[in-house]
Design a protein around this ligand. Sequence first.
Ligand SMILES: [Fe+2]
Ligand SMILES: [Fe+2]
Length: 186
Amino acid sequence: MQVTHELMNEHQLILKYIELMERYINFSQANEEDNLLFEKAQDFVDFIKVFADSYHHVKEEDMLFKYLQTPGVLSHCNPLPVMLSDHEQGRMFVQNMTEAMSSENKNNFCTNASNYGQLMQQHIMKEDNILYPMAEEGLSDDNKIALDNEYKQIEEQIDKQHIWKKFQEKHLELESCLNSKVTLTE
Ligand SMILES: [Fe+2]
Ligand SMILES: [Fe+2]
């Protein structure tokens, strides 16, 4: 039984949003298109707050990490403090992004959005390659079944199908909007 497979799928969508946000920032900076960036900034912040933080990070912090703290599961080293501090730092960058949107400070928004993107790319690499394999190896079958049941509760509560559909469609919309602007400037 695998308990990190779905979390890795969620990482892929988070990475897609980060890459697209970086493309928006680069385009806005190269073409002095502040309006385009600020028009779409809320969509990126919504995705990060709802999907990455209230859904994915809650599954990690309140569920997976809790089981990983069971004595004997993480026998070699404990990466959890680093993972939790990455999440906290990410929340700080998102808070700064929100403040930069209110004050229409484009530079601050871009700096914090890029910092968030870089932090999460490295964080996801650490989880996919180090933490998750440790979880698959260290958790007992009983723990995995209990953990899977806890995932199911939040997936039902937040309506997993709906949230995936909504943010996949939003990603396509944001991507085609940027692509049409890029075509116009070519
Ligand atoms: Fe994480
Ligand atoms: Fe994660």
